[in-house]
Design a protein around this ligand. Sequence first.
Ligand SMILES: Cc1ncc(COP(=O)(O)O)c(C=O)c1O
Length: 572
Amino acid sequence: MNPELKVETHIMDKKRIESLMIKDQPIVPPDSVIKTWPHLKGENVEFVLTQDKDGLAQGSFILKRGDWSKFFLDTWFDPLYRSYNFQKADTHALKQVSEAIVKLQMKLVPSGPGVVRHLTLPKEGWSEDTVLKELEALATMDHTRWEDGFVSGAVYHGGDELIKLQTVAFGKFTVANPIHPDVFPGVRKMEAEVVAMVLALFNAPPGAAGASTSGGTESILMACLSARNKAYKERGVTEPEMILPETGHTAFRKAGEYFGIKVHLVACPAPNYQVSIPAVSRLINSNTVLLVGSSPNFPHGIIDDISALSKLAVKRKIPLHVDCCLGSFLVPFLEKAGFESTLFDFRLKGVTSISCDTHKYGFAPKGNSTVLYRTAALRAYQYFISPDWSGGVYASPSIAGSRPGALIAGCWASLMSVGETGYIDSCHQIVGAAKKIAEQIATNPALNADLEIMGKPLVSVVAFTSKTLDIYDIADAMSGKGWHLNSLQDPPAIHVAVTLPIVKVWEKLVKDLESVVEGEKEKERVRIVEGKGAKGKSVGDSAALYGVAGSLPNKSVVVELASGFLDTLYKA
Ligand SMILES: Cc1ncc(COP(=O)(O)O)c(C=O)c1O
């Protein structure tokens, strides 16, 4: 192709592609060739050369990357799609994903003759013995074995002794509700102390303030609300915008939806997968209310360049939130545990708020997190105060009204019981195991020819992808061995978030990964011998959801099915 070609004038309009899709014939015949020119005149485009069976060119299309081109590329070698037009492909994806959801439903919602469903109150209350028996049965229902370390993230366990202590703490404060501090002064004291301890951990300056919340999402929602309210009050911004690394937690997108803040997503490109600072800078305008960095992010476990974001925030006078929900009680202890670290907290002048989940690596019971602010004035922007309600003057610091004092007691007890030495030790174990897994993937010949670590993880999450094998097939095969790893998309990858239970079995994880990679390569060899081509048809759940449905630009299929999944959660 002529490199001087004015690409813009030849790029096929997405609407036009979609109008062609609806017809019975595919717009691209089966024997076509697709090539990618990532840097052609600065445009990220794909070139589709259509040709007949004998390789005779019939025509060509230039498509902007993302406008169906990913779909062409991802599905091209799947023989099923050869006879499909794009509408059929959509339907096919829907069918495959539906099947995966039905399977999940069957797994989640038990049915059959032995299952008793309680849909109305029992006429007479059950005896304590009966309730306890049923609770035992519910607690031991067939599940992915997190207790044996087979689940990535999810269960941030601090050990059996700590769980016993938390249960005692719950028992002492079962009825407590911090909305009535005069009735439960002990809970107020514990909550204030938890926030103070976390502020100290993040090197908060004098005058800094914080609040506890129900989890990382609520902490993030509060930080976004505060930034939006500040910009409105102090600068009159009525059309707020925030700038979010595309790998930033989706709770920020939720905040965008809830609070009417436009979200600009910024690329976090390979090889380091950190947010592009020049791209963030370019997006700042007079409506920008918040910049965001992750320490680390959920998908790849990468810490953004918080120092650079901080400089930008200071220069442009815009608040900067650091999401340390996942990093929680690991990142502040990296250095003391003997690992490489980087600046991420209030020591950086531009950092105005931080979210830190005590219920992740703080090992507090689920339902605990903190949001921290450089000043008390920033915290006040998240408050809700209703001075004229007939029910009385009402003031609450965050989203909930009544809150469980028992959870605060459980959190306080955890922090006091583990202490600094305990957290340094757990950081040592968890990050140490993550580094060993990463090292194996990078250096073990049974893995490094096919798997590739994404960026340079400094904390507990290790994400990897594959240039040679379908990474979703690997995720599905690992599930077959009892593992629950996290599938990622754009780009396709999987990750393991190491927790204390995983520390004990990281070597088994590596062994299983070796055998899964070898198994996938063997399948490929067999296919080649049988003349079926290297790539097979993906069959597993991850492959269905991320490989097939994920490759469709029309995300409504996925939205519909995810909504169906949420319905499943309430099937009694
Ligand atoms: C980086 C990051 N931020 C925010 C959250 C949201 O936390 P939660 O699930 O407690 O709402 C998570 C959860 O995994 C996370 O990894």
